[in-house]
Design a protein around this ligand. Sequence first.
Ligand SMILES: Cc1cc2nc3c(=O)[nH]c(=O)nc-3n(C[C@H](O)[C@H](O)[C@H](O)COP(=O)(O)OP(=O)(O)OC[C@H]3O[C@@H](n4cnc5c(N)ncnc54)[C@H](O)[C@@H]3O)c2cc1C
Length: 463
Amino acid sequence: MRESYDIIVIGSGLGGLTAARRLAGGDRRILLVEQHSQLGGLATYFKRREHIFDVALHGFPVGMRKSLRKYWGREFAERVVQVRSIRFDNPQYTLDSTFDSRDFSAKLEGHFKIAPETVAAFFAALAKMNYYDEQTETTRELFNRFFPGRTDVWRFLMEPITYANGSTLDEPAISYGIVFGNFMSEGVYTFQGGTDCMIEMMDASLREHGVEVETNAAVDKIFIEGGKVRAVRVNGREIACKAVVSNGSLPRTVLEWAGEENFRPEFADGLKKVGLSTSSCQVYIGIKDGEKLPYIGDLLFASTWPEFDTDALLSRKISSRTYSVYYPEIRPGTNRYSVVASMNSRFSDWEKLSRAEYRAAKAAMIEDTLDALSRYLPNIRQIADYTEAATPRTFLRYTGHMQGATFGTKFPGLGYSMGLHKEVGGLFHTGSVGIIMSGWLGAANYGVITANEVERFLANGVL
Ligand SMILES: Cc1cc2nc3c(=O)[nH]c(=O)nc-3n(C[C@H](O)[C@H](O)[C@H](O)COP(=O)(O)OP(=O)(O)OC[C@H]3O[C@@H](n4cnc5c(N)ncnc54)[C@H](O)[C@@H]3O)c2cc1C
């Protein structure tokens, strides 16, 4: 590391990586620092024995192909492939969908018997949503407007989003609408080669374009002087810079690293009240070499709960899980299968457990998941040779995000993230906020939006 850089990017999630890539290539000196030993943030993977587990590669919208092509290169976009089928199985319905607007409309009309004009009006309402708009309607109100009393339809429309990011019916309809609208456009996609392949390609691309990349490099202070960023402290060493892009936790960036005394009290106090999305849990199941899984869908949304109920979805008494089944095609040339079960259970339920209680609760989550999965794969206990579990405590440990937040902040966080540089010259944030800027596509696109702001700041020195 040198004494000074033009831009320091703190964190290598997809927001930080894409911001760095977007800013790279000119004469500017850019340093990207990541506290963990591996790049990628939540877009991560881990290897145990001969298994590779993808943590956050269950599916993303088709827009990721365009963003990868535009901001990373054609070789990235070429690896984006559509997943074959998404299955839903719960007491209210069992069906398969390609998860695109045509199929969803057909299911709403054919299976759920909704009038075609209502379906069309619902999709038109989603298409009109824009995150710069002021909107007060909640998702519950939106659903009530189009499908009053139809909790089976609410479940069909909402459950995949709740499974993914823990959002509830009482959050702004706009955050639901944009995430759902993105996914719905043309189905669900994945990255062939797996997360490890993509992150290695990104690392190589950054270095090739002159970005200095340091892992095991943690920032614990951002120095501000005269209302502007001056330096950051990385592993105890002060490094000067003109601009900082923090891809770390938004509250920690403001309240801990920069210090709230550098912000207007209403900004800092308002940010403290913003909720976090903190309920991701997973169980990883590795399948023995030589064993094969039958096709049970690429993504299977399974629930035993009678009706759609977000409290039930977020509770530690887990009744709903999404199974991502990884067949060998995800990593061509290999013959391995694995299953990653994702579920939600709030940080507060795990936070205070003692070490022994925590270990026991994780073991119980694994056992319950194997039991639940045996409904679809009856011999799962015989063919699995590795299991592990992650909770919000795990995500806290690996990313340093407050309360193990995995989809950043709730919707109001967006304004604080986007407004950061108006409080402190040269201080920017990128990465998961407001649900909308979350997920692979949201975080990567937000990296570009932030990089454009940084460019503007460095070109004009404007606040
Ligand atoms: C279980 C799970 C499943 C998911 N599934 C999907 C999915 O199927 N599809 C999808 O689109 N999205 C999914 N996501 C969400 C998606 O992975 C994230 O929204 C996205 O990757 C987050 O990117 P980010 O830019 O916000 O940064 P993050 O991934 O949050 O990364 C931030 C980085 O900053 C680093 N950092 C923090 N503090 C410091 C510091 N002080 N100094 C240096 N570095 C620091 C962290 O170590 C981390 O690497 C999933 C997430 C989880 C947890």
